[in-house]
Design a protein around this ligand. Structure first.
Ligand SMILES: CC(C)(COP(=O)(O)OP(=O)(O)OC[C@H]1O[C@@H](n2cnc3c(N)ncnc32)[C@H](O)[C@@H]1OP(=O)(O)O)[C@@H](O)C(=O)NCCC(=O)NCCS
Length: 149
């Protein structure tokens, strides 16, 4: 497996995989492919998030979006937040997610560095995956809404 920075030519693929990610994790967002292309293009332009493509034998099998956390838990320990992580649904359950996370740790995280990420409650498969690759629960993010009326 290879991990390489995404470029303009990857925007459509990123959008398709991002839609798969949203569907896979049970995210309610109705965002369309053109909107997602725009989002990934913006990130390419601003560099706000790093977008990496995962390839096996030159074929795209997934992607990761991540960024350095400017407010790490321990200022001495560099910390990266994984915002999006998806393996193409055609290639799941063959160990590619595990390989991708190992590669990410090796290539994008300094030795001793910390990685954090959020997993939706609606995504038990994602939760099982992250536990299987060695991530531990750290906190639960809660939400509530003030009624409109
Ligand atoms: C979660 C995801 C990245 C896993 O990728 P993958 O390539 O299928 O994962 P792997 O084959 O490397 O699985 C490694 C281990 O994780 C666990 N795992 C993976 N998918 C699982 C599932 N659907 N249900 C339960 N456990 C799962 C298993 O322990 C697995 O080991 P095993 O196959 O030997 O049992 C992929 O399913 C995906 O992209 N899902 C949609 C997007 C998503 O949920 N991303 C994470 C958002 S936080």
């Amino acid at each position: 497996m290879k991990l390489r920075p995404a470029g303009e030519d990857d925007l459509q693929t990123l959008a398709v995989l991002n839609r798969q990610l949203l569907d896979g994790e049970g995210h309610p967002s109705p965002v369309t492919l053109p909107d997602l292309v725009d989002r990934h293009r913006d990130w390419l332009g601003t560099g706000e998030w790093t977008q990496d493509i995962l390839e096996v034998d030159g074929m795209v099998v997934g992607y990761i979006v991540h960024g350095l956390n400017p407010y790490p838990l321990d200022p001495q320990v560099p910390e990266r937040f994984i915002r999006q992580f998806c393996i193409d649904r055609a290639y799941r359950r063959h160990g590619l997610g595990r390989d991708a996370f190992e590669l990410f740790m090796e290539m994008r995280l300094e030795p001793g560095g910390r990685v954090t990420l959020d997993v939706l409650e609606s995504n038990p498969a994602g939760q099982a995956f992250w536990q299987a690759v060695g991530c531990r629960p750290f906190f639960h993010r809660l939400e509530a809404f003030r009624p409109l009326a």
